[in-house]
Design a protein around this ligand. Structure first.
Ligand code: NAG
Ligand code: NAG
Length: 178
């Protein structure tokens, strides 16, 4: 396939995915990040990062060069994904970083954070680090965390597994003391 054709298809895909674009308000974003498993400790940093990088727009796309693009809410760079098929350091398609499902974006953003820290995001460094962070504690969901009673799809099992894992880690630490 010629690369021009590849670009055409990609643009078409992007256009289609554009229909699923979502722009969150600050409190909607806070709610969504709390519903996923973001820790409260760094949540205002994540919200600041997202506001600076993508304006809370799930379909934000910044094209620096044909090889250097930044995708979605977290503006994750091309080295973390692959166009058209799964790949990159997050083993996902870049297109999946542009839709309104931010669960996979979040998993990938956390991978970026693990590997490179917040400093990966130059706008976090320039406009969030050491600055006043968004006042998300005013958001209703900060005080009253969103209900997990009806999590979509497999969230419940994922959460259950995590609790078990955390618990067994703690047991491992406690066991030698017994
Ligand atoms: C949430 O949990 C998933 C799987 O348990 C993990 O891969 C992801 O990094 C976690 N995200 C956050 C924000 O902690
Ligand atoms: C969100 O980003 C897309 C892609 O860059 C753009 O077309 C759209 O206008 C943006 N939406 C808003 C409300 O800024």
């Amino acid at each position: 396939m010629g690369s021009a054709r590849g670009v055409q298809i990609f643009l078409l895909l992007t256009l289609c995915l554009g229909l699923q674009a979502k722009v969150f308000t600050r409190c909607q974003l806070t709610r969504e990040l709390l519903k996923i498993n973001f820790s409260r400790t760094f949540l205002s940093n994540w919200v600041c990062l997202i506001e600076q990088e993508s304006d809370r727009n799930t379909s934000a796309l910044v094209v620096k060069t044909s090889r250097r693009k930044y995708y979605g809410l977290f503006q994750i760079g091309s080295e973390y994904c692959k166009e058209g098929k799964k790949g990159g350091k997050c083993d996902i398609t870049c297109e999946s970083l542009l839709d309104d499902d931010i669960k996979d974006d979040s998993v990938c953003a956390n991978k970026v954070f693990e590997l490179e820290g917040f400093k990966y995001w130059s706008k976090w460094e320039a406009r969030c680090k050491g600055h006043t962070l968004p006042d998300i504690e005013k958001c209703p969901d900060w005080q009253h965390p969103p209900s997990r009673a009806s999590p979509p799809r497999d969230k419940r099992t994922a959460r259950g597994k995590r609790t078990v894992r955390r618990f067994s880690k703690r047991s491992l630490i406690l066991n030698p003391l017994i």
